[in-house]
Design a protein around this ligand. Structure first.
Ligand SMILES: Nc1ncnc2c1ncn2[C@@H]1O[C@H](COP(=O)(O)OP(=O)(O)OP(=O)(O)O)[C@@H](O)[C@H]1O
Ligand SMILES: [Mg+2]
Length: 303
């Protein structure tokens, strides 16, 4: 049974709502659950009707939530990779003579590069997932494009790092080796290894749940997401078809919804699929969300 579930899908389909529902239901069964958002415009707090933010926030005895923000990622990058970077920079430029503030802003600037930010985010999630504190982590991701970029990042970063090997080797030769310091090549090798590890970890340990709606345009995007995940060899665990309208009187609308439903079932014929009606009663209170989540975890075999 997977521990890390990544809820993904096109914008607005109901990722945050369903991630929250699943997390509440797991917690109600006594599973220690972390509900995590990596969307920089997070909404778990809105759904749960409580302030969450970037700290670990207790929702109840079994449920903790956290909305990871840019600042947390930058700080984490600086504390984890900053010293290595400092070392590399100090071989190239006279960083030792920079004042603290300039040095910090330099590091902050470097760490805000998109690939490093995403890599740091994944590194953080892998660390949380390896942590024994939680039985399950439900990860509410940003709309599809960003999440897919995120998953591609470790291999891109590794390729990039590796392509610089010759340069780092020559820099190592040029610069005087001071004892107690790692060579640039060694630092880069370690980063590339970490990238590899993160990639492998996500492939082997993350179970993806795709949220979608029975609508032509959403179906098209869902199909792309599904195929991209399969191309990346990710483990797609199941699908939630959310916002289904029952009792439609408009024939054209009904026909379109039926067609999208049929297409979605064809696409996901090998996977468990949970259906959810478009109804305020599925999502309006924490109690109702928990009930919705209970249906979802049963149907999707999450617990
Ligand atoms: N089954 C449902 N019935 C009625 N309304 C729903 C249902 N599921 C979600 N909603 C509503 O749809 C809206 C979008 O939901 P949500 O924020 O969960 O989507 P999202 O995929 O996380 O969006 P984003 O991509 O912007 O993060 C919210 O107003 C939510 O209350
Ligand atoms: Mg959301």
């Amino acid at each position: 049974m997977a521990k890390l579930f990544l809820i993904c899908g096109k914008g607005g389909v109901g990722k945050t709502t369903n991630a929250s529902a699943v997390a509440l239901a797991l917690a109600s069964k006594g599973e220690k659950t972390l509900l995590l958002s990596t969307d920089f415009t997070p909404a778990i707090g809105d759904v749960m009707e409580t302030d969450i933010g970037s700290e670990f926030t207790k929702i109840n005895d079994y449920l903790t939530a956290m909305e990871i923000d840019r600042k947390t990622i930058t700080e984490r990058w600086i504390s984890k990779f900053g010293p290595d970077f400092h070392q590399i920079l100090s071989r190239l430029v006279d960083i030792e003579n920079l004042d603290r503030e300039s040095e910090n802003s330099l590091l902050e600037y470097i760490s805000s590069a998109p690939s490093l930010r995403e890599e740091t985010m994944l590194d953080f999630i892998v660390e949380l997932s390896e942590n024994e504190n939680y039985d399950k982590i439900i990860w509410d991701s940003a709309p599809a494009g960003e999440t897919l970029n995120l998953l591609n990042m470790p291999s891109l970063l590794k390729k990039h790092l590796k392509s610089g090997t010759k340069i780092y080797d020559s820099l190592d030769k040029l610069t005087k080796f001071r004892s107690g310091r790692k060579s640039i090549s060694k630092i880069i090798d370690e980063w590339a290894e970490l990238s590899d590890y993160i990639s492998r970890y996500i492939k082997e340990n993350a179970a993806f749940i795709i949220v979608t709606n029975p609508e032509r345009v959403v179906y098209s995007r869902t199909k792309d997401i599904y195929h991209t995940l399969i191309d990346y060899r990710m483990n797609v665990h199941g699908c939630i078809i959310n916002k289904i309208f029952r009792n439609i009187s408009d024939k054209t609308f009904k026909k379109q919804q039926d067609k999208a439903l049929k297409d979605l079932y064809n696409l996901f014929h090998k996977l468990p699929v949970a259906e959810l009606e478009h109804s305020i009663h599925n999502v309006n209170t924490r109690q109702n969300l928990e009930k919705t989540g209970q249906k979802l975890i049963k149907k999707l075999q999450i617990s």
